[in-house]
Design a protein around this ligand. Sequence first.
Ligand code: SF4
Length: 408
Amino acid sequence: MELADKLAILADAAKYDVSCASSNAPSRSSQGKEGLGATRAMGVCHSFTPDGRCVALLKILLTNFCVYDCQYCVNRRSSNVPRARFRAEEVVQLTMDFYRRNYIEGLFLSSGIIRSPDYTMEQLVRIARSLREEHHFRGYIHLKTIPDADPLLIEAAGRHADRLSVNIELPTEAGIARLAPEKTVQTIRRAMGTIHGKIEERTAERRAPRFSPAGQSTQMIVGADDTDDKTILDTAENLYGHYKLKRVYYSAFSPIPDSPRSVPLAPAPLIREHRLYQADFLVRGYGFTVAELLPGRGNLALDVDPKLAWALTHREQFPVDLNRAELWLIARVPGIGVRNAQRIVALRRQREIRWDDLARMRCSMKKVQNFIITADHHPRTDTQSSECLKRTLAPTNQLALWPELVHA
Ligand code: SF4
């Protein structure tokens, strides 16, 4: 098979994996060394789509042959799709060629499982090692880790990769047992634990070998089974807490050719994935807990973002006096982000906050007006019900603006 044909198959097969962002990667430098990809020297920056996906990586599978039969996966053993496999040298060559042509800033490499987890992981490590040691490639490398692989191989992967990821794929142990029978949550967590331990070791001891400096991430598929958002976010919160993951990525399930009956025929709405990203962001960046955003079982509202939804159900916390309130509460006001909350707190040390200050900070004035008090703005809080406010601030056009999010 021609290299171009392999590339077409294996790049397409990799598109279902969304766990590839190169944020938090320290820039590498070639100064004083031979090598390619010194991002600082070359002024290369990373490009992200609005939902945070990196777009400047060569994103491929080593192979889409797989001995496992995960029901949600297009590459499962029983799937009837064209198959291809790169040789390790071909991946190295492609990466170098694409990099030299300035098409990419790095490599995201995953693989179906061939022969055994160890054999597959060895191949991935071989590619990364060859890029780093033989070709002096100093661009970004993200390697997908095979959970059952020998921890020594995972260690070797971390020495060459900027980021490692272990996809948990399904948020519950029961879901994994039902839809990915060859995997276990224990081996997935053990691999995450190995990576976390090595990262901690490196943080504590600067002379320890370099290890996955951009941390680790994972991906969860949304809508492949009936797990609700509360469970998905609880799992994410648990993974962030236990393994200090940099990111959990959410991937709305999309039906695959010749789907088995065990998975849905309809795609999960992309707006659900979007709401999960928003909630995840609020937990990581705003100090919300999952229990605050979703006190009971169930899914996040699709018609209103989770921050506004929380404010509408906690009207007793508002309006927030921007000249007196603590930073964390100001950041919870719909229409004010963390950075603007910090600006407000800094500014009020010099003078009182006024309505126009918020306009200058480009806060969402329509959103904030019912939730704040400034020196010259005192909204009446008894005139509009939460339902009425919701209709004003999150009209159904939130969905109408992006119909593809609903119907994808
Ligand atoms: S192990 Fe990975 S590639 Fe293989 S079937 Fe499962 S999800 Fe797909």
